[in-house]
Design a protein around this ligand. Structure first.
Ligand code: ADP
Ligand code: MG
Ligand code: ZN
Length: 476
């Protein structure tokens, strides 16, 4: 951008889908009444003792393996000290000097091709509670249900050079977490949260510029907007001869701007020290191999399989596997009608278009994968035209239902009866003598017009191939 290179490093906090919290047995279930899921441990009562949740370790290690990190056989928990009402212990238990995993990477697809983004470290920590500010009674409340929910923080190298790359990285990371089944990846509800560190430097300069850390973005779109705004702001500052200060800035989605929240603290401000209540975490080799064997097929492997085994183009394979639920849906459809490319066209076309238009996710689509597959088969068998099928899909989107029964009940079966279509063709030719003259004079483009008229008369049900044939025969 202009004379500057953009540098971005991302910190992602992913809430792990364990049943209980990371250091106590309280439930992590969302939606309980305020402070219902709490105990002396997660409310920081004096004398409480934390006990590490083995499932959280399993999830962290699986993520580490999925992004090619080195898993540290021995890691340590530390206390990160700060005061805030949602943190009753007065410190967060996190990993500092020795995280559970380091030195990984993921490959993202950019317009310039594949790019490798380094992952510096993955560490485990507990989430804080929630402060709720109520304007109706002018009071603030603290809900500690979330305090102690397990998180992994995934820290990237400052390897990204644009907001697009940052979003591509985040989407890949989210997909891996969801494929692993360890995080539900919901940005809006905060189970997948991203802080974006952004700086600029003149092209060719080796050292990084001073970074600002952006918070409070709850969608990919807002992450992109926040970074783009921040880059513009920093360039303006530097061009005006001023300096970027290291600070934490909050994104204001309504105004589309970032605003200074606080000066950026340094690690030493937190007075980290090893938590004396927790032993070092040791992950045995055997245990690690057992977890490795449990890893599911991940996006990259699934994408390769779609190309090599199903014969799909790279583009289709990438779009379909980018989100697990879409890939699962597509594959379930194959069980009913094993035509990968045809189903792929429908999933990437009609299904995704409808979801986009509605701003919905696949859960909203009541046309199940088997039903979609049947619909595609009806088109292939010549029972209905592609256009009618699109209409049926739209009609069934909210209700679901068997497409074959629907087509019968609504009388949508394609007219493939030559004499019926011939009658319609004759009518159209009789009603449009001027066009027929022009056609005979050499204006062959009018074919489209005639086909259109016949389709209209048949309310979309005439078999278009037959219509074309008959027209050619009558006017040829
Ligand atoms: P902190 O916890 O203080 O934010 P970390 O070192 O844990 O610091 O993480 C900082 C993040 O910022 C990393 O993702 C890193 O890649 C990124 N980063 C560091 N320096 C820069 C910079 N100059 N510009 C952009 N990103 C940076
Ligand atoms: Mg940070
Ligand atoms: Zn508890």
């Amino acid at each position: 951008m202009r004379d500057y290179e953009v540098v971005i490093g991302l910190e992602v906090h992913a809430q792990l889908k364990t049943k209980s919290k990371i250091f106590c047995s309280c439930s992590t279930q969302f939606g309980a009444g305020p402070n219902e899921n709490t105990c002396p441990v997660c409310t920081g009562m004096p004398g409480m003792l934390p006990v590490l949740n083995a499932r959280a370790v399993e999830y962290a290690v699986k993520m580490a393996m999925a992004v090619d990190c080195t898993v540290n056989r021995r890691s340590l928990f530390a206390r990160k000290n700060y005061f805030y009402p949602d943190l009753p212990m007065g410190y967060q238990i996190s990993q500092f000097e020795l995280p559970v995993a380091e030195h990984g990477h993921i490959d993202i697809h950019t317009e310039q091709g594949v790019k490798r983004i380094g992952i510096t470290r993955i560490h485990m920590e507990n989430d804080a509670g929630k402060n709720i500010h109520s304007s109706s009674d002018n009071a603030s409340y603290v809900d500690l249900n979330r305090a102690g929910v397990p998180l992994i923080e995934i820290v990237s190298e400052p390897d990204m050079r644009s907001a697009e790359e940052a979003v591509a990285y985040l989407k890949s990371l989210r997909a891996i977490l969801v494929y692993l089944g360890i995080c539900d990846g919901n940005l809006e509800e905060g189970s997948f949260r991203c802080d974006a560190n952004v700086s600029i430097r003149p092209w060719g300069q080796q050292e990084f510029g001073t970074r600002a850390e952006l918070k409070n973005m709850n969608s990919f779109r807002n992450i992109q907007r926040a970074i783009e705004y921040e880059v513009g702001r920093q360039i303006d500052l530097v061009e005006d001869g001023e300096q970027v200060v290291q600070e934490t800035r909050l994104f204001d989605a309504a105004k589309g701007v970032t605003r200074s929240m606080r000066g950026k603290e340094e690690a030493h401000d937190y007075r980290y020290f090893p938590d004396p209540d927790l032993l070092p975490l040791i992950v045995e080799e055997e245990q690690m191999e057992a977890w490795r064997a449990e890893l599911p097929e991940l996006p990259v492997a699934r994408c390769r399989r779609y190309q090599e085994t199903l014969g799909l183009p790279a583009y289709d394979a990438e779009v379909l596997t980018a989100e697990k639920e879409v890939a699962d849906y597509f594959e379930a459809g194959l069980a009913t009608y094993n035509e990968p490319k045809k189903l792929s066209n429908w999933v990437m076309g009609e299904v995704m278009r409808e979801l986009n238009d509605r701003g919905a996710t696949l859960a909203a689509c009541k046309v199940g994968p088997g039903e979609l597959a049947k619909l595609v088969r009806l088109v292939d068998d010549g029972v209905i035209s592609g256009n009618i099928a699109k209409g049926v899909f739209k009609e069934l989107f909210e209700t679901g239902g068997d497409p074959e029964a629907h087509v019968k009940a609504k009388g949508l079966v394609q007219i493939s009866d030559t004499s019926a279509i011939e009658g319609l063709v004759d009518e159209v030719l009789a009603e449009n003598p001027a066009e027929v003259e022009r056609y005979k004079g050499g204006d062959k483009k009018l074919t489209g017009f005639f086909v259109g008229q016949v389709m209209k008369k048949s309310r979309g049900k005439a078999n278009p191939a037959l219509v074309n044939q008959l027209l050619a025969r009558k006017m040829g």
